[in-house]
Design a protein around this ligand. Structure first.
Ligand code: HEC
Ligand SMILES: [Cu+2]
Length: 455
């Protein structure tokens, strides 16, 4: 007794507000069925049940088998990860998680056990007071220190392995060069640039495509991440953790797919209206298949060999003429980059910025600009459509690509992807009240044939 500073006896506020005062006040004397305690007990049971229900519902929403999850179906294995980067990250995640779960269960368990087993009952005398317990205090200082230092140092080592230098080292060990791809985030789609799509051969080939990137299996891929507008985040859950895509910066990361197949990607940073619909796909191909794609990319398409040659040929005219598609989209070649590393898409983005500024001018001034032919040009960053026919999706990974969905997209992109920049900015969607394309159904069919032939 009297060892703790606030023992009952020494407490300066004894018998008024201190811990031990009026110990029996809240303890009910009678246990009649409607006592306040019973009622509040029932209420907290209901609250608990509701909370448990919410937890169960939330847990049902998690699908560890899902293609947008980095977790495995069995919590402690690494099946959810493909390639060295994802495996390294998932292993670290698993060990951190389960260590923390163990610590939580032990500490909270001990706390609950002590609180329940040794709780004060009415009429109990004050228990013996102790001060300090050296072995215990050493234990609960040393154990967490070892845990935190161990996990912390390991995390730092994993971080080093995520550096692109490690990708170069691992590729060279296999007698290869890593593949380097630049991803540019745009509101709300992804541009992929391969400055050198054939890294083992001299004199690289430039490929620019959108929303679907193709990579060879078993080869490290170093990504350089850029943005022309706002912050995006590049994430392929099964292949590597997230990395921010920040305007004016060039962040780097790498991944490697060990198994051929399709991997889902997603922008993981809120970046505006259609943020949740800014998906992409990674096709991991065998070396031979990848080579076929690279070699064939951008080869002139012979429209007389298309499934419907006449329609495809008129479609090309709509693309270049009435549709004004060519002001924003490139077909048949890569989007070039100048010496300072700023390319066609960047130039188009600058146009967009200038145009947005122009829109903020008073209406009379804009009218005057239009009258005198001084309105700014209206070409904006847009997906390269050179290999569209070989892709599997449109709308940045949103819907499967087929003649039906493509026609729907061209008739009114908003039907598929509300808020997209194509219907917001392309002239053909600005003239009708219902925001549909100012093109005939035949023109739309022709466009579909022309675009499906691009592969
Ligand atoms: C003002 C610029 C602009 C014009 C003009 C324009 N587009 Fe687009 N287009 C875009 C943008 C931006 C996107 C990306 C939209 C998104 O996914 O958010 C896009 C997306 C597309 C896509 C889907 C590509 C993919 O990989 O998801 C197709 C196909 C397409 N446009 C075809 C056309 C055709 C055909 C025309 C002419 C009738 C046209 N576009 C006119 C800007 C434009
Ligand atoms: Cu984004």
């Amino acid at each position: 007794m009297g060892l703790l500073p606030f023992s009952e006896k020494d407490s300066p506020t004894n018998s008024k507000t201190a811990l031990g005062s009026e110990p029996n006040r809240d303890i009910p004397v009678s246990s009649a069925s409607d006592s306040p305690t019973r009622r509040s007990g029932r209420r907290s049971l209901i609250t608990l049940a509701i909370l448990a229900g919410i937890l169960v519902l939330a847990a049902l929403g998690c699908d560890s088998d899902g293609h947008q999850s980095m977790l495995s179906s069995t919590p402690w294995t690494l099946d959810g990860a493909n390639g060295p980067v994802a495996r390294e990250q998932l292993l670290l995640f698993n060990v951190l998680l389960w260590t923390m779960v163990a610590v939580f269960v032990l500490v909270e368990g001990a706390l609950l056990y002590a609180a329940i087993r040794y709780r004060r009952k009415p009429g109990d005398p004050l228990p013996p007071q102790t001060h300090g317990h050296t072995p215990l205090e050493i234990a609960w200082t040393v154990v967490p220190t070892i845990l935190i230092l161990g996990l912390g140092i390991w995390s730092v080592f994993v971080l080093f392995k995520l550096e692109p230098g490690e990708a170069v080292a691992q590729a060279r060990e296999l007698g290869k060069e890593p593949l380097r791809v630049e991803a540019v985030g745009h509101q709300w789609w992804w541009e992929f640039r391969y400055e050198d799509a054939n890294p083992d051969v001299e004199g690289g080939e430039l490929i620019t495509t959108a929303n679907e990137m193709r990579v060879p299996v078993g080869r490290p891929v170093i990504m350089t991440l850029k943005s022309d507008d706002v912050i995006h985040s590049f994430w392929i859950p099964k292949l590597a953790g997230k990395q921010d895509v920040v305007p004016t910066r060039a962040n780097q990361m790498w991944f490697q797919a060990d198994d051929p197949g399709m991997y889902y990607g997603q922008c993981a940073e809120f970046c505006g209206t259609a943020h949740a619909q800014m998906k992409f796909r990674v096709h991991a191909l065998s070396d031979a298949e990848y080579q076929v794609w690279v070699d064939g990319w951008g080869d002139p398409v012979d429209l007389s060999q298309a499934e419907n040659p006449a329609a495809a040929q008129s479609g090309q005219l709509v693309f270049l003429g009435d549709g004004q598609c060519v002001t924003c989209h490139t077909v048949g070649s890569a989007d070039q980059v100048d010496e300072v590393g700023e390319g066609v898409q960047h130039a188009r983005m600058q146009t967009f910025v200038a145009y947005t500024e122009w829109l903020s001018k008073p209406a009379e001034e804009r009218l005057e600009d239009v009258r005198t032919g001084n309105e700014p040009p209206t070409a904006f960053a847009a997906p390269n459509l050179t290999d569209l026919g070989a892709r599997t999706t449109i709308g940045a990974g949103l819907v499967d690509l087929n003649r039906e969905t493509l026609r729907q997209w061209l008739r009114n992109p908003d039907d598929i992807k509300p808020g997209n920049r194509m219907s917001e900015l392309a002239a053909i969607y600005q003239t009708r009240r219902d925001h549909r394309a100012d093109l005939t159904e035949d023109q739309l069919s022709d466009l579909v044939e022309y675009l499906m032939a691009q592969k």
